[in-house]
Design a binder for this molecule. Structure first.
Ligand code: PMT
Length: 214
């Protein structure tokens, strides 16, 4: 049966002043592959993406955003209309506490930025947005990948966490391939290293399996 997917992708940008921003590493390849694969399989897809230099996959409803707050608002607006939500975006966890209207002059030898926490979009899906569909998160880890992924699965009330090791240069950020472990509430499944489109097809299939059991 055809489903409606919501997918987040890419980095977010958090303004420091009118000409500078903080961001996270992410090319968007993983999220766009998920959107493209789901659309290719005939599902409806809403792709909410931070700034990426990629073509939007055919047949996808596309919503470009910049900041974590904008991504939060877009997800809040659309998630209740969808069956399966997959959060592949690398959201900036913090943003500058205030953003001056004018460019900061480089007069001082050092500069301290005060940062405040951004909303946790995935963590809001169940409690704040009351989403009852299938919830899939990613965990980008540099150590203790499976322990941290399992902790995210529980804390964020997900059905599945896709754990990837972003300390490796041949997978994860920017690369065309990824090697992940799927962390379920009661078991784990390690997938082989594969290109992001093939991996996306696998993740879509596993999400549909979970959705069928609900
Ligand atoms: O874009 P690519 O270059 O292809 O790289 C792919 C990827 C490495 C970015 C992707 O595979 C990946 O791991 N995405 C998640 C990156 C991340 O921010 O992970 P995290 O462990 O910090 O966050 C955990 C989960 O919470 C993620 O699903 C994230 O989207 C979500 N999150 C995090 C913070 C926040 N404020 N809101 C969120 O929704």
């Amino acid at each position: 049966m055809k489903k409606h997917f919501l997918i987040t992708a890419g980095p977010t940008r958090e303004a420091i002043d009118p000409v500078r921003y903080l961001t996270n590493r992410s090319s968007g390849k993983m999220g766009y592959a998920l959107a493209g694969a789901a659309a290719h399989e005939g599902h409806r897809v809403t792709l909410i993406s931070g700034p990426c230099d990629l073509d939007v996959p055919e047949g996808v409803d596309f919503l470009p955003v910049e900041s974590a707050k904008e991504m939060y608002d877009a997800v809040e607006h659309y998630i209740s209309k969808t069956d399966i939500a997959i959060f592949a975006a690398a959201v900036a966890d913090y943003r500058p506490a205030s953003v001056p209207e004018q460019k900061i002059k480089k007069e001082a030898d050092s500069l301290t930025l005060e940062l405040v926490k951004n909303p946790d979009i995935l963590g809001s899906a169940r409690k704040k947005f009351a989403f009852t569909g299938t919830l899939v998160g990613f965990a980008a880890e540099t150590e203790n990948a499976l322990t941290n992924a399992r902790s995210k699965l529980v804390r964020k009330h997900c059905d599945l966490i896709v754990a990837n090791d972003v300390s490796r240069s041949d997978i994860g950020f920017d690369s065309s391939e990824n090697e992940v472990t799927l962390v379920y509430p009661d078991h784990e499944l390690k997938l082989p290293k594969e290109n992001k489109y093939q991996l996306a097809l696998d993740i879509i299939e596993k999400s549909l399996e979970i959705n069928a059991l609900r």
